[in-house]
Design a binder for this molecule. Structure first.
Ligand code: SF4
Ligand code: SF4
Ligand code: SF4
Length: 409
């Protein structure tokens, strides 16, 4: 190793040794992708804190290359502590539930296909919030990394503290470290592409596309045909104000033009009608009963009642009732919001649903910040206001029911 690299390594190891004792009581882990950067990160941490071997967490979702698992087995033999986990829901499951395809502005894959495995691990370790975790990432020093990342930052999507100790390392440094200092094998997928993408990564790369079409034709076909359905079969493409040549199947699908898709107004559909009653309470008529799931109303237990497809709230600010209804009618049961409340929210892997139990109504989750359904549902369900008058009769149809009964409805 050259002198400059030796100094970088020495500096990083010293820093890691200083940080490590301060993480007492936290839950540190290495975000492991099977790529070269996270491998170098793991090797450096293992050298710095030996004999400790912090866990390397790897999310293996259905669009990851199956060969990654064989590679991981090899690393485990070399002494790495690796935990492989599945996300709460797979890519195609989320698509079937109504999420949008991945775009450059709506890249939900990282939080949902990878982040959920991290959140669940932290919850299982006994962390009371993602803030008690510490993620180590091997992001190396491209211009992009320097612009968007610091050595220590809060990963906002996951609300998780994060160290990026390798920002000073170049791609060449990383390869040198792996080969010369640690003598480790690279993921063999690098023989076919430059990065460890997923099979259907939305970021366009001709080499990867060609490799995947050849080896995983079924997955690729399903991936692109779902996008085609949403954009072309639905007729939505006609509502885009673009020149005809940019609206072709060739451009949008085969050249990954869909990655630049920006949400249109036409993707909003009516999910509920809101009525402000003269009594001061607020009533929502939900478009259909299937969109009603009372668990979302738990944070205001005792302050709402349901009758058929109508829900009436009292003594709850309108900002909060809107939030609860928007979340409920757009929910994908993706489980991501467990990060808002580890003690009471969890994802039930058997039923594939979010559970909310033991809520103490602290009110901390009364925002839409972490709601993936609200943000990423392709056909977003919105609340429409009813401005007509004369709701008196409707108001009188409701009878108050005991809080316990109301919450169980
Ligand atoms: S490889 Fe692409 S699709 Fe897969 S998680 Fe990364 S950005 Fe998302
Ligand atoms: S954050 Fe508070 S209000 Fe929300 S589910 Fe948890 S305990 Fe209930
Ligand atoms: S409320 Fe939002 S984040 Fe939580 S499970 Fe539903 S869609 Fe996912």
């Amino acid at each position: 190793m050259n002198k400059v690299l030796t100094e970088k390594v020495h500096k990083t190891i010293t820093r890691l040794r200083t940080i490590w004792p301060k993480l007492e009581g936290k839950y540190p882990f290495i975000a492991f992708s099977t790529g070269k950067d996270s491998l170098a990160m793991a090797a450096l941490i293992y050298e710095a804190v030996e004999p400790e071997k912090p866990i390397c967490l790897y999310a293996h979702h259905d669009l990851e290359f199956p060969s990654n698992l064989e590679y991981l087995a090899l690393l485990i033999q070399r002494g790495f502590a690796i935990k492989t986990a599945k996300p709460f829901l797979e890519y195609f499951e989320l698509m079937e539930k109504g999420i949008s395809f991945l775009t450059l502005v709506e890249a939900w894959c990282i939080p949902l296909l990878i982040g959920t495995t991290f959140l669940e691990w932290l919850q299982q370790q006994g962390a009371r919030s993602p803030r008690e975790g510490v993620m180590f990432r091997g992001i190396s020093g491209s211009e992009y990394s320097h612009r968007f990342h610091g050595g220590l930052e809060l990963n906002k999507a996951l609300n998780l503290p994060c160290f990026n100790p390798m920002l000073e390392f170049t791609k060449e440094d990383i390869l040198e470290l792996i080969h010369t200092r640690y003598g480790l094998p690279l993921n063999p997928i690098y023989e076919h592409m430059d990065r460890t993408y997923c099979i259907c990564c939305y970021t366009s790369d001709a080499k990867r596309q060609e490799y995947c079409q050849k080896h995983y034709p079924e997955e690729c076909k399903k991936y692109y045909s779902q996008i085609e359905k949403l954009l072309f079969d639905s007729g939505l493409i006609e509502k885009v104000h673009q020149k005809e040549r940019f609206k072709t199947r060739e451009g949008k699908l085969f050249r990954h033009g869909f990655a630049h898709w920006h949400r249109l107004k036409a993707q909003k559909v009516m999910g509920a009608i809101k009525h402000r009653l003269s009594s001061g309470s607020i009533l929502y008529q939900i478009r259909d009963n299937d969109l009603i799931d009372a668990k979302h109303l738990t944070p205001v237990k005792g302050k709402w009642v349901r009758k058929g497809n109508e829900i009436r709230f009292w003594e709850v600010p309108e900002r909060v009732t809107d939030t609860l209804i928007k979340r409920m009618i757009n929910c994908l049961d993706c489980g991501f919001c467990i990060g808002e409340c580890f003690p009471c929210r969890r994802f039930d892997r058997e039923s594939k649903r979010l559970r909310i139990e033991g809520c103490i109504q602290c009110g901390r989750c009364l925002t839409l910040t972490y709601c993936m359904g609200r943000r990423h549902r392709f056909w977003r369900r919105v609340i429409v206001e009813n401005t007509a008058h004369g709701h008196k009769a409707r108001q009188e149809e409701f009878v108050a029911v005991p809080a316990a009964a109301a919450s169980g409805l």
